[in-house]
Design a protein around this ligand. Structure first.
Ligand code: ADP
Length: 283
């Protein structure tokens, strides 16, 4: 697997009135192309700083950073690496199509290419109905989706995402995750900082865990979370049969951890309701 991102002894500190803050302690990383990598960590652990360094927006205090075999601030990376920041979008008095046309022009895309891609992403991310509305009147979820469309417009090789699903409802998050999966399958390397642990678990091939600017853990989910134990999940037995199975398991030296009543996930309920016509209030 080709290396997309290579970081050696990267450190970032900020000068503040209280003295120097070490946002990232010397960090080494090699990330392969076409992977989806989650960056986890509490607030202030250095996630955004790492993304900003990779995006060429923050100069490291020390260390070496290479993306696609180039230095992070190499102008050639401008179209190859895209960053979706967290927070409200700039240029709030543009409409969504105008915003994307501006981004396309910044990237040097021909108008026709930019317009066609913008149209496709606005539809896919369900923003086509926003029409001429100003971006600053968008909900945070709509701004998030537009920020993703902007980041995807140049068809980058590396996509850096800061909280890509914050402010999105579960259906919107599902659409975003599906897009990310498709892009990664097409070879895009995706690095995403997120607090949504279930989403990270569902979509990421690998995770980095930062704490106080230190890389505390790193690996695939199987490496970090896997155990040697297999478990048995059964369906279709009545209460007495389950008791017999539990006794047999105990007699074999196993440990019965729990029995639980089957139920669906909230996401399934949410999706079902979204697809049903509204017929008044629930009783
Ligand atoms: P996270 O994204 O994990 O919440 P950040 O990368 O934003 O963390 O911040 C890491 C640390 O660096 C925090 O202590 C934060 O206060 C500090 N920090 C980030 N940016 C600046 C800045 N521009 N000036 C001073 N301190 C900063």
């Amino acid at each position: 697997m080709a290396t997309a991102i290579s970081v050696q002894q990267l450190a970032v500190s900020f000068r503040t009135r209280q003295g120097s803050v070490a946002a990232l302690q010397p960090l080494d990383l090699e990330l392969g192309a076409g992977r989806i990598v989650g960056i986890l960590g509490p607030n202030g652990s250095g996630k955004t700083t790492l993304l900003r360094v990779l995006a060429g927006l923050q100069t490291p205090t020390s260390g070496r950073v290479q993306l696609l075999d180039r230095q992070a601030n190499d102008p050639a990376l401008r179209r190859l690496v895209a960053f979706q920041p967290d927070g409200p979008l700039p240029l709030g008095v543009l409409s969504a199509p105008e915003f994307l046309a501006y981004v396309g022009a910044q990237l040097g895309l021909p108008n026709a290419v930019s317009d066609a891609r913008a149209q496709a992403w606005l539809e896919r991310l369900e923003l086509q109905h926003a029409g001429r509305r100003w971006v600053r009147t968008f909900s945070s979820g709509m701004q998030k989706r537009l920020a993703l469309a902007a980041a995807l417009l140049g068809e980058p090789s590396i996509l850096l995402l800061d909280e890509p699903t914050s402010g999105l409802d579960p259906i919107g998050s599902g659409v975003v995750m599906q897009i990310l999966r498709e892009r990664a399958a097409a070879g895009m390397t995706i690095l995403m900082a997120s607090h949504h642990l279930l989403e990270v678990e569902e979509i990421c091939d690998e995770v980095l865990v930062l704490q106080g600017g230190v890389l505390r853990a790193r690996g695939t989910l199987a490496e970090l979370l896997g155990t040697d134990a297999d478990s048995l999940v059964v369906r279709g037995l009545d209460h007495d049969q389950l008791q017999q199975l539990a006794q047999a398991a105990t007699a074999l030296g196993g440990e019965v951890l729990r029995t639980e009543r089957q139920r669906d996930h909230l996401f399934a309920l949410f999706r079902r309701l979204a697809n049903e016509p509204v017929r008044g209030q629930p009783k």
